[in-house]
Design a protein around this ligand. Structure first.
Ligand SMILES: [Zn+2]
Length: 125
């Protein structure tokens, strides 16, 4: 089905257009990611100056009504306090307004329909 593949490839290319630090293969459903979210994530990565490893524990799932289900959130692996500070300050600097601080990752989100300006804490799965 080359036609379908071409259509999907074009969609993924459009979603990731201009994104420098992240590749589609880092996401389980790259075509479902929000372009503006990815551009903001990319900006945060530039500000941070350290690698952002997108966690595969929780990514896009059909029916998920949170940031992940809307393509407007990812979990960034984070295992130490210095990286946590760098990632958090970068996320805030570029305007992420939905942040979850977990013991082994940081959630950054920007859903336009979920509550903005929130930070929560949790335990990584
Ligand atoms: Zn998350």
């Amino acid at each position: 089905m080359p036609r379908a593949n071409n259509t999907q490839a074009r969609t993924v290319a459009a979603v990731f257009s201009g994104v420098r630090h992240f590749k589609p293969h880092e996401f389980n459903a790259p075509e479902r990611m929000d372009h503006d979210f990815l551009m903001r994530l990319d900006a945060a990565r530039s500000v941070a100056g350290i690698p952002f490893v997108v966690s595969h524990v929780r990514q896009f799932r059909p029916g998920d009504d949170g940031d992940h289900g809307q393509g407007t959130g990812v979990d960034i692996r984070c295992h130490d306090s210095r990286s946590r500070y760098i990632i958090l300050t970068a996320a805030l600097a570029v305007g992420f307004n939905r942040i979850g601080v977990y013991n082994r990752h940081i959630h950054v989100g920007s859903s336009p329909v979920l509550a903005p300006n929130v930070v929560w804490v949790g335990k990584s799965q």
